[in-house]
Design a protein around this ligand. Structure first.
Ligand SMILES: N[C@@H](CCC(=O)N[C@@H](CS)C(=O)NCC(=O)O)C(=O)O
Length: 217
C-alpha cells in the first residue's frame, strides 16, 4: 500500500497513527501542501484523490481510498487487532462522536483551503483568520472536555478512534496558539498518547518530509 502523506497534515497523522497501531508498513509518497501552489491540487494527485486533500491510501491493486476516517475503518477491517472501536456499543458511539467533532466540526473550519479562502476571497487579515481558527478549536475542545472520561485514553485503556483524532488536533491547537490549560482531561489524554510508541512514531516531527522551520500555512 502507498500512503500519500504530508508531515503536518493532521488527517494524514490520524492514518499514520492507525497504521502504526496495526503494525502495518506502507510505502510513503509526500504531497507538499504548500509547494507550487499545493501539490495536492495538481492534476496528477487529483487522479488519486479528486478532492485534492491529503491523505490518500493506494491499495496494492491500484484502487485508492480517501478520507482519513474511511481509511482507518478499512485498516480496522483488514487488520482487526488491535480494534480501534471500543467493544461496548455506548462507548463506541461516544468515541466516534469525539472523532467526528474533530474530523467534521473542528478540522475542516481551519483547513488550508478554508483559511486561504478567508484571506484571499473574503479579504480577512491574518489575525482575523487566526481568531476564526482558534474559535472553532475552542468550541470543539469545550465539548470534548465535557465528554471524555480518560481511562487513560479518551474512554478506554487502549487507543480508540477518539484518541487517533484528538492527538493530531491537539498538535494543531498548540501550533495555532490554543492553550490547553482549560482542558485538563484533553491534556491528560494528549500526554498519554504522546508516550505511546504508535503515536510517537506518527508525530509530524518524526516524518521524513518534516520541515521544522517552515511557516504555518
Ligand atoms: N476530511 C478529510 C480532510 C482531509 C484534509 O483536509 N487534509 C488537509 C490536510 S490536514 C489538506 O489536504 N489540505 C489541503 C488544502 O486544504 O488545500 C480527511 O479526513 O481525510
Amino acid at each position: 500500500m502507498i500512503l500519500y502523506d504530508y508531515w503536518r497534515s493532521s488527517a494524514a497523522y490520524r492514518v499514520r497513527i492507525a497504521l502504526a497501531l496495526k503494525g502495518l508498513a506502507v510505502e510513503r509518497r509526500f504531497v507538499h501542501l504548500l509547494r507550487d501552489g499545493g501539490e495536492q491540487r495538481s492534476a496528477a494527485y487529483r487522479e488519486k484523490n479528486p478532492q485534492g486533500l491529503a491523505p490518500a491510501l493506494e491499495l496494492d491493486d491500484g484502487r485508492v481510498l480517501t478520507q482519513s476516517l474511511a481509511i482507518i475503518d478499512y485498516l480496522d477491517a483488514i487488520r482487526p487487532q488491535p480494534p480501534l472501536t471500543p467493544s461496548h456499543a455506548v462507548v463506541a458511539a461516544r468515541a466516534r462522536a469525539v472523532a467526528l467533532i474533530v474530523a467534521c466540526e473542528i478540522h475542516p473550519l481551519g483547513n488550508l483551503r478554508v483559511t486561504d479562502y478567508l484571506r484571499r476571497e473574503l479579504k480577512l487579515d491574518r489575525e482575523s483568520v487566526e481568531t476564526w481558527r482558534r474559535h472553532w478549536i475552542t468550541a470543539g475542545f469545550e465539548a470534548i472536555e465535557a465528554m471524555i472520561a480518560p481511562a487513560p485514553f479518551c474512554f478506554t485503556d487502549t487507543p480508540s478512534l477518539a484518541d487517533i483524532c484528538l492527538a493530531p488536533q491537539v498538535f494543531n491547537a498548540e501550533r495555532f496558539g490554543v492553550l490547553l490549560e482549560p482542558y485538563p482531561k484533553i491534556r491528560q489524554v494528549a500526554d498519554v498518547c504522546a508516550a505511546h510508541p504508535a503515536f510517537a512514531a506518527a508525530h509530524p516531527s518524526r516524518q521524513p518530509d518534516a520541515e521544522p522551520t517552515s511557516p504555518a500555512p
